[in-house]
Design a protein around this ligand. Sequence first.
Ligand code: HEM
Ligand code: HEM
Length: 163
Amino acid sequence: MAKPLGYSRQQIWLHWGIAVLILFQIVFGESMAEAWDAFTETGATQMTLLVWGHIIAGVAVLLFALWRLYLRAARGVPAPIAGQPRLQVVAGEAVHWIFYAIMIGAPLTGMAAWYGGVLQAGEVHGTVKPVIVALLAVHVLAALYHQVIKKDGLLLRMWRAQG
Ligand code: HEM
Ligand code: HEM
């Protein structure tokens, strides 16, 4: 299958929509952690607005990520920007795939803990925040490096749809 020239409008909306939802999870995740502590200590379930928000945003990330994977398979993604060292291309792709693992693994471990009462899944889920923050730092710095230093228009690829 020939690679498309750029990302489609749907792929771009899904990318930024998921980014906003994940940011919400990072900023307000503490409320879910508090509700989880209360549940494991007393068995009481506190369904506050932020707890509902965490569950709905998390499940949305899972569904949107699956949709994105479908689009990757059905339509494809553009080839890496030409002229980059091989290692840089591999590192960029590795970060993208680890992000996919998180977009799917985080909601699944969260649900296994919350709905299935699997304590170990809760422990794994509780470590997701620093991993996302570190990956995001690398991802954003790489995008800015391309945009500001290399001036190869990488950021625009995730902004303007192309066939
Ligand atoms: C992309 C999806 C998700 C992300 C990025 C995410 C992220 C987070 C973060 C950052 C925390 C706070 C951790 C802390 O400060 O200790 C947290 C806690 C928690 N989340 Fe999620 N979450 C997601 C989806 C879900 C879903 C769908 C559920 C369940 C329905 C869920 C259930 C929980 C539970 C039970 C905790 C408390 C666990 C603990 O603190 O060990 N999460 N989540
Ligand atoms: C948690 C938030 C984010 C996640 C999970 C994420 C994930 C991804 C993934 C998986 C890709 C690969 C393309 C695809 O499969 O659709 C990608 C591409 C991209 N992301 Fe993000 N991203 C996030 C936030 C950001 C932010 C804040 C920026 C802005 C600086 C950004 C800029 C880009 C760019 C420019 C590309 C295109 C790279 C290329 O074409 O090689 N992302 N992102």
